[in-house]
Design a binder for this molecule. Structure first.
Ligand SMILES: [Zn+2]
Length: 415
């Protein structure tokens, strides 16, 4: 199963924007760039919303049929582990094996020794195609990195074999993710991780490392852009090396999680992809749900009332809502607008405060991040919320498509 050079992971919390999302990929196709749609939803998100993997499959199939999309598309079991993968096996054909929690767990001295002797060729000076810098790796480095990551890769192997035994080998796309952890992985660590992935027999097509800097939900990258650009290029060089030297699938590529809205790094990413002629999987993060809120606000009436209510209630339940996302949001409560003032805003002002336009003086990233995690409140509204989505679908769909195409696909893959 081929994912294609460029692919876009799209979330859709309430399962109604599949067609509007696909319209953005159709625009890319018309502009001459193929981007494969991947609908993803994690176990965490299913639990909070009250949906099941089969709902995502149904939405994807319906959107693809309605839009007469003739390209490949996938349904991603996002951030799964052995504990919850079974519920996803039937509906998904893309699996993101999340083993970040296992990083640092001891793998056993024998296994580390065997790994180090098997990969002696990594010791010394390594030159990567397309990269000016060389890697100097000592035996002690190799041993230290293996000790840190081998157990995690072994766990990925267990999940991969489990899925393969139920679905059949080669009948799904595999991603290995280690992004939800505090310490970034260096390019050398990524190299060792890929060697271990190969040893483990995992036919990984994407790998999601933890990059340096903060990838907060729904807002721009926070960190040193030049350092990120350097690291990203090194990682691309490492992936190319791993494909040639370890024999990993030749379409193996990097995956960036929480990749939506990271406007300040899109240009360096695009430059690097061109330099290495490399592909990319970009996972967006709740950016579509925020466009639903913007559409509701712009619609006015009951739509605007719901948007304001979600914010008002989110302010009073901030701790509870932010808890599961603590490592991927940074909200300064003193910079949130007063809900009593928001109650008097018109739809245009609400939309401007929420829409991710860094050049607009009304844009408020704290407001945006709180609403990002506020989807639980909308889920609790039940049919009142989903009926509003249906009623104002035209205006919402326009926002969803424009956000994905103008703010994401174009600057990353086209312009
Ligand atoms: Zn992730």
């Amino acid at each position: 199963m081929k994912l294609g050079k460029y692919s876009l992971g799209m979330g859709d919390r309430f399962g109604r924007q599949g067609k509007a999302q696909l319209a953005a990929l159709r625009k890319a196709k018309e502009a001459g760039v193929a981007v494969t749609p991947v609908w993803n939803k994690s176990h965490r998100e299913h639990t909070i919303i009250g949906t099941e993997p089969a709902d995502v499959r149904r939405e994807a199939d319906e959107a693809v049929a309605a839009c007469a999309w003739d390209g490949a598309y996938f349904v991603d079991a996002d951030h799964i582990s052995l504990a919850n993968v079974d519920g996803f096996v039937e509906a998904s054909d893309f699996f993101t094996l999340d083993v970040a929690e296992i990083i640092g767990r001891p793998a056993g001295k024998e296994k580390v020794d065997a790994f180090v002797s098997r990969h002696r060729d990594l010791v010394g000076t390594l030159r990567m195609d397309g990269s000016a810098t060389t890697f100097e790796i000592a035996v002690s480095d190799l041993r230290a990195i293996a000790s840190k990551y081998l157990a995690a890769v072994h766990e990925a192997g267990r999940i991969h074999r489990h899925i393969a035994s139920r679905k059949g080998a080669g009948r799904f796309v595999t991603e290995v993710s280690m992004d939800e952890t505090d310490t970034p992985q260096t390019p050398v660590e990524l190299l060792v991780i890929l060697a271990a992935i190969c040893d483990e027999g995992i036919a990984a097509q994407t790998v999601a490392p933890r990059f340096s800097g903060r990838f907060n939900k729904g807002v721009d990258y926070v960190g040193d852009v030049r350092r990120f650009a350097w690291e990203f290029e090194q990682d691309l060089a490492v992936v190319g090396y791993a494909v040639r030297e370890f024999g990993l699938p030749d379409d193996l590529k990097l995956s960036i999680h929480s990749g939506s809205d990271k406007f300040s790094i899109y240009e360096p990413i695009q430059d690097a992809l061109r330099k290495f002629d490399a592909g990319l999987h970009l996972k967006t993060a709740g950016t579509t749900w925020l466009e639903e809120l913007i559409g509701l606000a712009l619609a006015g009436g009951e739509g605007l009332a719901i948007a304001k209510e979600v914010f008002g209630r989110a302010v009073t339940r901030m701790e509870e809502l932010c808890g599961p996302y603590a490592t991927v949001i940074d909200i300064d409560p003193t910079r949130l607008p007063d809900p009593r003032l928001v109650a008097n805003w018109d739809g245009a002002l609400f939309a401007q405060a929420l829409r991710h336009n860094p050049f607009c003086s009304c844009y408020n990233p704290h407001f945006r991040q709180l609403l990002h995690v506020g989807y639980k409140i909308a889920a609790e509204m039940g049919s009142r919320f989903t009926e509003a989505l249906d009623r104002y679908q035209d205006i919402i769909a326009g926002q969803v498509t424009a956000n994905l195409y103008d703010r994401h696909i174009r600057p990353l893959f086209i312009d």
